[in-house]
Design a protein around this ligand. Structure first.
Ligand SMILES: Cc1cc2nc3c(=O)[nH]c(=O)nc-3n(C[C@H](O)[C@H](O)[C@H](O)COP(=O)(O)OP(=O)(O)OC[C@H]3O[C@@H](n4cnc5c(N)ncnc54)[C@H](O)[C@@H]3O)c2cc1C
Length: 441
């Protein structure tokens, strides 16, 4: 019987689904010892620090992760950062395969003048701020202004827009980080704009997120009905045999419902503006206004009309995608780990998830990705390595969050939430988390 040691780096969906795919590949003759290494004292990746707090159902996938973690062949090494606490060469020498599932966590920049003004931030910083990621607790989010503009037409932009536009009381029974909830309660923001460079037919929102918009009780949502009809006409004209792609049709139908929904006259609004290309962020020492070029679609192409308009605002959030923060020893191309179908050629390194594909796909996409890549891992296995444990690599006294420690942290957070009717109260600093895990006094 062969027993192979596999290191998985990054405890997000890709990491857990890779562990699950390995567990599912075990036979009488082939078994695995899986070490999941995570830089934070908490696992679950963007399920904890990305998924919006008002979408608690999505986070129930963590139950699947905990089941995977309960397998006897699984160990968690939380609070251990690859590149700082251990090096990639240490892992590749000790493990039969190393699966990099480190995600994609740096917000892409617009590259326009004024982008670095105070009041202009990335969605990557905003989302992690309201979700209590320890590295983003101190992000300066100015909510003492009337209007905010989100750049981007995908689900991350939608999350940012919704969190700013809804009545914060709607977040009281969620796991929004306490510091963010307090600030959202005193927010002066009443108008939020979500803007996309292309037309409604090109937006990367998904239909369920669009269908949720009319359910916002305290916020009026505006979309231009004419713009949606024009997009429908354009998309139908371009479609093969006049048959619209299912995703586009569903999206445009959901947008039409939003556009036609009766408005309750709330003082809070969320307005969608398409064919708007950000040109410059203006302001004297801080964001005061954003200038857009007006685009149109000509022969299926997005074209600048030369006309412009601007929105007065104090906050601009850029949600135009993510790229990976490079880790020493790995080569990156266009913000992703350089790989061929998940293999890092010439090494025993593999990659799954957003680190491999870039920032696209929902949580479930990482499951099929993991299954495909683990097939390659199994195919490439040779004689198992005889090697020592990684614990000897960690500086003596380095607090490691094991699965048992994490269960203690998790239980403490959930218990703190119970009397408040929340799923949990998040601890937001490393120290606080390690204390909950009894690793610090
Ligand atoms: C704001 C936002 C909202 C989303 N909402 C939804 C949703 O509602 N529904 C849905 O299906 N999908 C949603 N997604 C998409 C989903 O979160 C991703 O598909 C998924 O998280 C990608 O998984 P991953 O494991 O590749 O990356 P991640 O989830 O980012 O996990 C990567 C992990 O690697 C760790 N790591 C990074 N570097 C190191 C290192 N050097 N050493 C050790 N560990 C490291 C990180 O701390 C992290 O835990 C959302 C994404 C975002 C950004």
């Amino acid at each position: 019987m062969a027993r192979y040691k596999i290191a998985i780096v990054g405890a997000g969906p890709a990491g857990y689904f890779s562990a699950q795919a390995l567990q599912n590949s075990e036979t009488e003759d082939l078994t695995f010892a899986i070490d999941l290494i995570e830089r934070l004292p908490t696992p679950w990746g963007l399920v904890r620090s990305g998924v919006a707090p008002d979408h608690p159902k999505i986070k129930t996938v963590s139950k699947v992760f905990e089941k995977i973690a309960s397998h006897p062949n699984f160990r968690l090494f939380g609070n251990v950062e690859l590149g700082t606490d251990i090096q990639l060469a240490d892992l590749t020498a000790r493990y039969d395969a190393v699966i990099m599932c480190t995600g994609s966590n740096i917000g892409k920049k617009l590259g326009i003048p004024g982008e670095d003004l105070p009041g202009s931030i990335s969605a990557a910083d905003f989302v992690t701020w309201y979700n209590g990621h320890p590295d983003y607790v101190h992000v300066d989010v100015d909510l003492g202004i009337e209007a905010a503009v989100i750049i981007g037409a995908g689900n991350v932009a939608m999350d940012c827009g919704r969190i700013l536009a809804l009545n914060p009381a709607e977040l009281d029974t969620t796991d929004t980080a306490d510091h963010a909830l307090a600030k959202l309660h005193s927010s002066h923001i009443r108008q939020v704009y979500i803007t996309g460079r292309r037309g409604p037919e090109h937006a990367a929102f998904t239909a369920p997120e669009l269908r949720d918009l009319p359910k916002l009780e305290h916020t009026d949502v505006f979309m231009d009905a004419t713009a949606i009809e024009e997009a429908l006409a354009r998309a139908t004209a371009e479609a093969i045999d006049g048959e619209l792609e299912k995703d586009i049709r569903n999206n445009l139908e959901a947008m039409r419902v939003v556009a036609e929904a009766e408005k309750a006259g709330n003082d809070r609004s969320l307005t969608f503006r398409f064919l708007s290309a950000p040109k410059e962020i203006l302001g004297d020492g801080k964001v005061e206004e954003i200038l857009f070029g007006i685009n149109e679609i000509r022969d299926g192409k997005v074209v600048d009309t030369g006309a412009t308009y601007s929105i007065k605002c104090g906050l601009v959030i850029t949600a135009i995608g993510y790229e990976a923060l490079p880790i020493d020893g790995v080569s990156y191309v266009k913000g992703k780990i350089d790989n061929v179908e998940g293999r890092v050629l010439g090494t025993n390194i593999y990659t799954v998830g957003w680190a491999k594909r870039g920032p696209s796909g929902v949580i479930g996409t990482n499951k099929s990705d993991a299954t495909d890549v683990v097939k390659l891992v199994v195919e490439d296995l040779t004689a198992p390595k005889v090697s020592s444990d990684i614990t000897e690599l960690l500086i003596s006294g380095h607090p490691v969050v094991t699965q048992l420690t994490w269960e203690a942290i998790n239980a403490a957070e959930v218990a703190a939430g119970e009397p408040l009717g929340k799923p949990r109260v998040k601890a937001v600093s490393r120290e606080e988390l390690l204390k909950l895990g009894n690793l610090l006094a």
